[in-house]
Design a protein around this ligand. Structure first.
Ligand code: BEZ
Ligand code: FE
Length: 301
């Protein structure tokens, strides 16, 4: 009969789990138990508090549906999505490409094809901006005909799914670079927006007196054969939340500003962003990223 004190309980659990045949599962569960027990000891967790924690996680699960993944949103606001993605990005590629960012829940397959110089906006709306640049490999060589998916909010901070009938795609499109890896596309200047606040994660964010906003951004997914798919976003530097993104998606290298006088802009008279993307070659390390879209949670392997 074991008589376990507050420290011995941790070793006893780990000893009992030592039979786990899968070595990676054993490693992960051992560390999870060690850290969870250390956390409970550190904050002197009470039974009432732990029951509240269990009720919270139950509510998070109950909020999930085929189109809503509250657990990923929780992972996002705790910075865990960013941490796991950054560690993944550092592995299995021969040299650093453009930094990545969160995929988010608003990506949609099958966005309309937009010709080079065309616009993502289906109707006249807010102020127009131009985005242009090149796609290269890590040695600076052009990647011809890479496919770029772009999606964003409109000038009111709404994705198409939120703004109107979801069957109509807007503020998103798929463009194909030219043979020299160049692209240019027009769009509406996006506005920042709040993450979904109507569930338990929103309630937690409110209890923490956090604002819950993401700065204005344009999501970008670039695919080219032989290269690691790049999931990233460009953030508008003049947004008030650019330094306090509630899901920690912003990196310095992804912050951009528009300019009226870029000499190499392929169209004049429209505020423009020049951004060159660098793709790293795939080198064996496969596996998905944590995004907020459950349909894109590709298992590793
Ligand atoms: C987004 O950028 O679309 C997003 C990312 C994480 C949580 C919510 C929204
Ligand atoms: Fe977004």
């Amino acid at each position: 009969m074991q008589d376990l004190d507050v420290n011995e309980i941790t070793d006893a659990v780990i000893a009992q789990m030592a039979t786990t045949p899968d070595p990676r599962l054993r490693e992960i569960m051992e560390a999870a138990v060690r850290h969870m027990h250390a956390f409970a000891r550190e904050v002197q967790l009470t039974p009432d508090e732990w029951l509240k924690g269990i009720a919270f996680m139950t509510a998070v699960g109950q909020m999930c549906s085929p189109i809503r993944q509250e657990f990923i949103l929780l992972s996002d606001v705790l910075g865990l999505s960013r941490l796991v993605n950054v560690m993944h990005d550092a592995k299995g590629r021969e040299a650093a490409g453009t930094e990545t960012s969160l995929l988010g829940p608003f990506f949609r397959e099958g966005a309309p094809e937009v010709p080079l110089g065309g616009t993502l906006a289906r109707a006249e709306g807010g102020p127009e901006i131009l985005m242009f640049g090149r796609i290269t490999d890590t040695e600076g060589r052009a990647i011809p005909h890479a496919v770029i998916d772009l999606w964003q909010t409109n000038a009111e901070g709404l994705y198409d799914l939120q703004a109107h009938d979801p069957s109509e795609m807007d503020m998103r499109g798929r463009i194909r670079c030219d043979a020299e890896g160049r692209y240019h596309v027009r769009t509406e200047r996006p506005l920042g927006y709040s993450i979904p606040m109507d569930g338990p994660v929103g309630e937690l964010v409110r209890q923490q007196a956090r604002h819950g906003f993401r700065p204005a951004h344009i999501h970008i997914l670039i695919a080219a054969p032989g290269f690691r798919e790049l999931v990233t976003a460009l953030y508008l530097g003049d947004d008030e939340h650019v330094d306090s993104d509630t899901v920690f998606g912003v990196s310095k290298s992804l912050v951009v500003t528009t300019s009226d006088d870029l000499p190499d802009a392929p169209m004049k008279g429209v505020p423009a962003i020049r951004y060159d993307f660098t793709l790293s070659r795939e080198s064996g390390e496969a596996g998905g990223r944590v995004g907020s879209d459950p349909s894109r949670l590709v298992p590793a392997g």
